[in-house]
Every structure is written in structure tokens, then in C-alpha cells.
Design a protein around this ligand. Structure first.
Ligand code: 6R9
Length: 658
């Protein structure tokens, strides 16, 4: 078993909240009672309290056609108005929305007044380019205020954004733009990463030029380009500078309400097959649950807190806990452009000191890499403003949890380990700070109003002390409404595993401890979790076999001390290419960078092993379990189902010879 999970199963420490924290906590134990008394009424009440509805809803949930849910569906609201104008109207326009920090140390303070004004202008720019309700806009930007402004401007018009993480390649942009038939792409002339300006526009140019004769008709009519990196960029007729269009645009923009189920965004995530899934989220339910969880799980005091979630807006965490949840709640945040170790390894701690961050939300992989560098670095900075810590993206091993608490939280700050997914839209399992006694390594309990279970293969509850599969048993407000353009795949992937029981299958293994608390154990499918980012084995395999050298490829996620898992690939070279490939000095490096170019640097395998055979069952299925054993340096387990039982000896020999 993965050593981190093994540790996790022996963990018994518990940390009750301090009395002081509990007394001032936003969340109370009564929330659980209220939610279990009447779950739907509970969500209806939260939605009315947290959001402004132009047309109040009268129906909370329509589940007459599962798994297609509708929440608050006869209500109307505007998502951007909820995140901006209403805070200004309530007299909080002077409050800082973002303390933005560039990697090079340049900074910009954006108040709610300013953010609202910029979004209004940007909405006018987009409308002038023909964007209206339901149109799709692709956003490929670095972590600069314009990323948030673009998302909110799209939302304000009732259009749909598809944010593409800045680390993805031209091919990934192409397939996402095509899948959603995007009309407009918003990008930049570059962004600062690791001390250099990384180009973004060339990838967009390449994506839009790479249309083969067989491709569908080009849907993109314009590319808006934000000036950030001062890079030289190629220019075409469809390109427009963001700042020039903004300068020409009207300042006023009248906000219009849209139905609760109006699509808000599509976000692509890896599944078990090669093709990323376009996860669709809509407006009212999504905003309700992201705002509710942001307020309760992060114990939000909007007048005094400075909240920092380190996620990029290219991931769901950035959508729900940088943009929608925090802004709906009128939060003051830090937004940082760069990498944690540039220009020095204490950069994040320096930012916490500078802005007196109170609430810090990051991923276990980051915590582990800081742990490796030692406590001396964070100890150089004043982190005494921190009062609450959060973790997301993968199971946090108890050792990292304890370090996070001691070194960053000064032994006082509660830690909330939050389990959720792109598909769930918002946090589903987490301690409530001030209420829950926390346990290192366990995400613990469903949040009020959410129904979770751990079940066996037949969908039956496993009972305390047992392991099984994590399921959501009742629809929830921020649930995905589908996979863009593929309702069948939506049903098959998430809802059909347990027959007609209507259980949402998350794809994660979990265990219930004797208190009934939930411990997440990682994915049970062929999805890997690298630094908290999801990648599918199939997607990387198909990229590897797209290279001229490769006949066959098998990819596994192997345990890695820092990144949680690392991509390890086994490839067979084509007979016809043996000579040519032998002339290449480092085939592994060639294939690694090929994957990096096709999918993006995060997908680049840590190791590529060239082998003569792959272990297959008699029915021809690759036995990834055995390859994982090799990749993790273990003795290879049971090989009796292999078609050729000697193949593993050969592979082990080839790998250890490296
Ligand atoms: C928010 C996010 C989702 C997958 C999920 C699970 C893993 C996320 C976790 C966690 C254990 C946690 N995951 N949070 N595992 N404990 N607190 O990360 O979304 O990128 O879609 O990934 O991440 O395996 O299924 P996403």
C-alpha cells in the first residue's frame, strides 16, 4: 500500500477547537440539526440569505428526471451582480477585493468599487464583440486581475466561460475551444512564472492555426489580448488589445437577471478515457453552495479577514474559492501571479506577512515541498496573522498536517481538510472550524445539507471501521449539471455504477473510522493525482502513442514524496523505428517533452522506461497494478493472471538496470 495511506490508517490524534475560536466561530453545531430536520428548506434558506435574487424562487429542487437536477429553477439572479454591485450598493465599495501581487514584486490593490467598474466596462467590450447569453468564451490568462474580471464579465452577460489553465498546450486549447464552440478567446502577451515571462498568446495562435481540413468550422471570431508580459506577439486580424477596447467602452452597464439554471461555466477535467470532460455548472445552486461553504468552512469575517487561496483560476478551486464563493461574500483576498519559490523560497510566507493573511488555503503537495525545505524558511517571517488553514486536492498525510499546524499555524490555527471535486462544484466534506474536533489526515464529515456514504460494490453502506467507495446519496445545489454535449457519458460515468440507486459515484476510495469519520484514500480508477491535479493515464498514453517512435504505452501514477503521485510511463518502441530511435541520445527525454508539448508540463512523465513487453491479462488488458509495483520499487505481486508470466521479470530487469 502507498506509505502515506498506510500512515493515515494508524492515525489517532485529535485536536479540539480552542474555546476562544469556538466562541467567535461563524459555524455552529446547530447547522447540522437544521439541515437534517429539512435538507431542502435548509438550502433554500441559505440561498435566500446569501444571495440577491431578482425573482425569488419558489421551487427548491426538481429531481423528477434524475440525474438531471434543477435547483431554485423558477428564480432569477445575476451572478456578477451578487459578487460585485451589491457590495458597492451596501456601502462596501472601498473594501479591498484583491491585494494583487505580481511575481516580480509589483502590486495592485483593487477595491470592490474598482472591480465592479472594470467588470462593467469588460462586459460592454464583450457585448460589442457579439457575446450574449449562452455564448462560450475561452479564457487563457495568468493569475492577474483581468482573469477574474474576464470571468465575471462573461457571467454578467449570462454567457459561459471555459477557463483553460495557463500551463496547458496549444492542442489542449484547440480541443477545448472546439468542444465548446467558443466564440472568443481572452489571453495575454505573457505572465510571470519562475522569474521569466511565459508566453501565452503563441499557444492560442498555434491552437487557432492548427485547424486541419477535417476539423469543424472555426468558431472563434476574436482574440482579446491583455498586455502583461511586454512580450512581442504576432498579430492577426482577429486580435484586439484588451486595454484599447476597455478604453473605448462605456463605463455603465445595466445588469440583467438570468434564470437560476443558466449555464455559468464549463471546466474540463480528466476522466478515465483520453478525452477530457467538459463539466457544466449553472448559476443559482452553484453560487449558493460556494458562498455557503466559503463562509462556514473558512469562518469568514469579511470586515477583518484577509483570505488567500493559492489555487490558479484554471482549476475548480480557483473558480469556487478565489472567484465566486469569496466575492459573493465580499471577501478581501490575496491574488498572487507567480510560483511559491520565486524569487526566493520564502515568497509565500513573505506575502502572508505583507498582507497579514488570516486564512490560508493550499494543497498538500505545496505543504510537503515546503516541509522538505525546512521550517527555517517560514520562521523568518511573521505569520502570526494566520488563524485558519485549509487543505485541498488530495489526501493530506498526517505528517504534513502536523507540520502545517505547527509551523504555519503556530499550533493554534485549526486545519480544515476539504474534500470535493470539479464535479461537485463546492466543498462537500470538511470539518467546521470551531465546531469539529479535527483529526490529522481525515476530511471527516459532510458539511450540513450534504449526504455522503461509503458503500461496497453493491452500493450498500459499509459501516464504521470499513473501507469502500465514496458516494453522494442526495442531489446537492452545486452539483455538475452534466458533461458538455454528452448526457450519456454523464450518466454512465457518475450515476450507473450502482444500478438504479441514483448514487453519485465520485471515483474515490474511502474508509469510515470508528467514530464514523471519513478518510479519503485516493482514486479507485485510472485517474492520477499529481500535485493535486487530475490527469488520466489514458490521456497521457494516447499522447505517447501519438509519437512516431511509440508502438505501445502504459502509464501509471506512482507514489511520490512531494507531488503525491508522479507519472511513470512504460513504452515499447516500434520495430520500424528501432534504428532511428537508437540514434537519439535520450529517448526518455524526447518522449517526456513530447507529452509536455501535447498536454502541458504537468503531464510530463517523471520517468519513461523503454521496455520490450507490457504485462497483459489473457484478455489483453494492461495490468497497471504490476507496473505500479515496479515503479514504486516493490516486489511484483500476483502475476498468475498474466498471459505471459515471465514478462514482469524482464520488465523489472530492464527498469532496475537504468
Ligand atoms: C477540488 C479538487 C478531485 C479529486 C477527488 C479526490 C482528490 C480533492 C481532497 C481529495 C482527499 C481531499 N481530492 N480534495 N482527496 N482529500 N481533501 O481538487 O478538484 O481537481 O476535480 O480533483 O481530488 O481524488 O476525486 P479536482
Amino acid at each position: 500500500m502507498n506509505p502515506q495511506i498506510d500512515n493515515l490508517l494508524h492515525e489517532t490524534r485529535k485536536f479540539p477547537p480552542s474555546e476562544e475560536f469556538s466562541q467567535n466561530a461563524v459555524a455552529t453545531a446547530a447547522l447540522y440539526d437544521e439541515a437534517s430536520a429539512d435538507r431542502l428548506e435548509f438550502w433554500a434558506k441559505q440561498s435566500r440569505e446569501l444571495l440577491h435574487w431578482n425573482t425569488p424562487f419558489t421551487r427548491t429542487l426538481d429531481w423528477s428526471n434524475p440525474p438531471f437536477a434543477k435547483w431554485f429553477d423558477d428564480g432569477e439572479l445575476n451572478v456578477a451582480y451578487n459578487c460585485l454591485d451589491r457590495h458597492v450598493e451596501a456601502g462596501n465599495g472601498q473594501r479591498v477585493a484583491f491585494h494583487w501581487e505580481g511575481e516580480q514584486g509589483d502590486s495592485r490593490t483593487v477595491t470592490y468599487d474598482e472591480l465592479t467598474a472594470e467588470v462593467k466596462r469588460a462586459a460592454n467590450v464583450l457585448a460589442a464583440l457579439g457575446i450574449g447569453q449562452g455564448d462560450r468564451v475561452a479564457i487563457y490568462l495568468p493569475m492577474i486581475p483581468e482573469a477574474v474580471i474576464s470571468m465575471l464579465a462573461v457571467a454578467r452577460l449570462g454567457a459561459v466561460h471555459s477557463v483553460i489553465f495557463g500551463g496547458f498546450s496549444a492542442d489542449s486549447i484547440r480541443s477545448r475551444v472546439d468542444d465548446a464552440s467558443a466564440k472568443l478567446v481572452i489571453t495575454a502577451d505573457g505572465g510571470w512564472r519562475k522569474g521569466k515571462v511565459s508566453a501565452l498568446k503563441p499557444a492560442v495562435d498555434a491552437a487557432l492555426e492548427a485547424r486541419g481540413d477535417l476539423g469543424p468550422q472555426e468558431t472563434v471570431t476574436n482574440v482579446l489580448v491583455v498586455k502583461r508580459g511586454e512580450n512581442e506577439v504576432d498579430w492577426t486580424d482577429r486580435d484586439l488589445w484588451w486595454h484599447e477596447e476597455m478604453a473605448k467602452a462605456e463605463a455603465e452597464h445595466e445588469v440583467q437577471p438570468f434564470p437560476a439554471e443558466n449555464p455559468l461555466f464549463i471546466l474540463y477535467t480528466s476522466g478515465t478515457t483520453g478525452k477530457p470532460k467538459g463539466i457544466l455548472h449553472t448559476s443559482g445552486g452553484y453560487l449558493t453552495q460556494s458562498a455557503f461553504t466559503h463562509k462556514m468552512v473558512f469562518d469568514l469575517k469579511p470586515e477583518s479577514d484577509v483570505y488567500w487561496c493559492t489555487a490558479d483560476v484554471g482549476w475548480i478551486t480557483g473558480h469556487s474559492y478565489v472567484v465566486y464563493g469569496p466575492l459573493a461574500n465580499g471577501t478581501t483576498q490575496v491574488l498572487y501571479e507567480g510560483t511559491p519559490d520565486t524569487p526566493h523560497p520564502g515568497r509565500w510566507w513573505e506575502i502572508i506577512e505583507k498582507y497579514k493573511v488570516t486564512t490560508f488555503y493550499t494543497a498538500p503537495t505545496a505543504i510537503r515541498s515546503f516541509m522538505k525545505l525546512g521550517r527555517k524558511i517560514p520562521k523568518k517571517f511573521d505569520l502570526s496573522s494566520i488563524r485558519l488553514l485549509g487543505s485541498v486536492g488530495e489526501p493530506i498525510n498526517p505528517e504534513a498536517w502536523m507540520w502545517y499546524r505547527k509551523v504555519i499555524g503556530d499550533k493554534l490555527a485549526p486545519i480544515v481538510d476539504t474534500w470535493w471535486q470539479t464535479e461537485t462544484g463546492a466543498i462537500m466534506i470538511s470539518a467546521l472550524p470551531g465546531v469539529t474536533e479535527t483529526k490529522p489526515g481525515s476530511a471527516q464529515v459532510p458539511i450540513p445539507g450534504i449526504s455522503i456514504d461509503v458503500v461496497d460494490d453493491d452500493g450498500e453502506h459499509v459501516g464504521s471501521g470499513n473501507g469502500g467507495l465514496l458516494v453522494v446519496t442526495e442531489p446537492w445545489p452545486s452539483m455538475l449539471r452534466g458533461i458538455w454535449g454528452d448526457p450519456e457519458r454523464f450518466k454512465e460515468t457518475y450515476w450507473e455504477k450502482f444500478g438504479d440507486k441514483n448514487l453519485y459515484f465520485a471515483g474515490d476510495g474511502a474508509r469510515l473510522d470508528d467514530d464514523g469519520d471519513i478518510w479519503l484514500l485516493g482514486r479507485v480508477d485510472d485517474v492520477m493525482n499529481i500535485s493535486g491535479h487530475r490527469l488520466s493515464t489514458a490521456e497521457i498514453e494516447s499522447s505517447l502513442v501519438a509519437h512516431a517512435f511509440t508502438a505501445e504505452a502504459a502509464v501509471v501514477g506512482a507514489h511520490d514524496d512531494t507531488t503525491g503521485q508522479a507519472v511513470v510511463a512504460f513504452v515499447i518502441i516500434k520495430e520500424s523505428m528501432l534504428e532511428e530511435s537508437a540514434a537519439v541520445e535520450d529517448i526518455a527525454a524526447v518522449l517526456r517533452s513530447h507529452v509536455g508539448e501535447q498536454i502541458g508540463p504537468i503531464a510530463r512523465p517523471r520517468d519513461v522506461f523503454v521496455v520490450n513487453e507490457l504485462p497483459k491479462t489473457r484478455s489483453g488488458k494492461i495490468m497497471r497494478r504490476l507496473l505500479r509495483d515496479v515503479a514504486e520499487g516493490r516486489d511484483v505481486g500476483d502475476t498468475t493472471t498474466l498471459a505471459d508470466t515471465t514478462v514482469m521479470q524482464i520488465i523489472t530487469g530492464q527498469v532496475t538496470a537504468k
